[in-house]
Design a protein around this ligand. Structure first.
Ligand SMILES: Nc1ncnc2c1ncn2[C@@H]1O[C@H](COP(=O)(O)OP(=O)(O)O)[C@@H](O)[C@H]1O
Ligand SMILES: [Mg+2]
Length: 247
């Protein structure tokens, strides 16, 4: 489970301090797929990086599986698998070699790492290309490899930042199927997206973030009931219009 309570974050910029997260609070439970939905620059990546302890909140509390971010960051990292769109795989290593490398980084003992790689390869259907050079893999195969790398340490919390942007349909399916399955296995899944239809299809709970504020948080039905609307798209545009983000 992941819980954020009144999280704030500012960045220093040339024009002074920029307040990019404003009192963000939400909870994502095991078995849930929580989607942070918002336009570019809204604060999605910053939020996810704070949960993964790559950034520190200025104020507020972040709890990851009962561990306090800022205090127990090392333990939190063992529990979190993070996948970001800008992690590009290339080069002459094979997926197996890549996975071994990341298993070592995570201090997984040799015997266990061997077993884990076999298990992952089976689970993500990678056997056929496990020993091929990554440079020669299709987009879908590379995506499976990236996913495998991000979960080599079998994390309870799975965080995917814009996992499907710049992927073709087949590679998108790899991600979607994986996230569904992970949530069914009781993992806590968090993802960010700026694609509304994706959030609608994939997520059991949605947080709409605009200019660093979480202005809506709940299941799709809860959101539609609150706004007396029949489509998430209408709600999203109404909220953006209210804030002068669209004319
Ligand atoms: N390291 C940083 N320094 C200064 N500003 C940053 C930094 N990281 C992000 N920002 C700013 O914070 C805002 C939110 O960014 P981000 O969390 O990446 O948004 P999103 O992922 O929703 O597109 C943006 O205005 C971005 O320019
Ligand atoms: Mg982002």
């Amino acid at each position: 489970m992941v819980e954020l309570i009144n999280v704030n974050k500012s960045f220093k910029t040339r024009k002074g301090m920029k307040h990019v997260l404003k009192d963000i609070s939400f909870t994502a439970e095991p078995g849930e797929i929580y989607g942070l939905l918002g336009p570019n620059g809204a604060g999605k990546t910053t939020t996810l990086r704070i949960i993964a302890t790559l950034l520190k909140a200025d104020s507020g509390e972040v709890w990851v599986d009962g561990l306090n971010a800022g205090v127990e960051d090392r333990k939190i990292r063992d529990k979190v698998g993070l996948l970001t769109g800008d992690m590009k795989l290339s080069g002459n290593l094979s997926p197996r070699e890549m996975l071994k490398f990341f298993a070592d980084l995570n201090h997984i003992p040799k015997e266990m790492s061997k077993r884990r790689i076999e298990e992952l390869s089976e689970y993500l259907d990678m056997n056929e290309f496990l020993d091929r050079s990554i440079a020669k893999l299709s987009a879908g195969m590379k995506q499976k490899t990236s996913i495998a790398v991000s979960i080599v340490h079998d994390p309870e919390i799975i965080i995917f930042d814009e996992p499907t942007s710049s992927l073709d349909v087949l590679a998108v399916k790899v991600v979607v199927d994986f996230l569904h399955d992970a949530s069914k296995r009781g993992k806590t899944v968090l993802l960010s997206t700026h694609v509304l239809s994706e959030a609608e299809k994939l997520c059991t709970k949605i947080g709409i973030i605009l200019e660093g504020e979480l202005i809506m948080n709940g299941t799709k039905d809860e959101i539609l009931t609150t706004y007396e609307s029949s489509s998430l798209e209408d709600v999203f545009f109404a909220l953006a219009k209210e804030r002068g983000l669209i004319i």
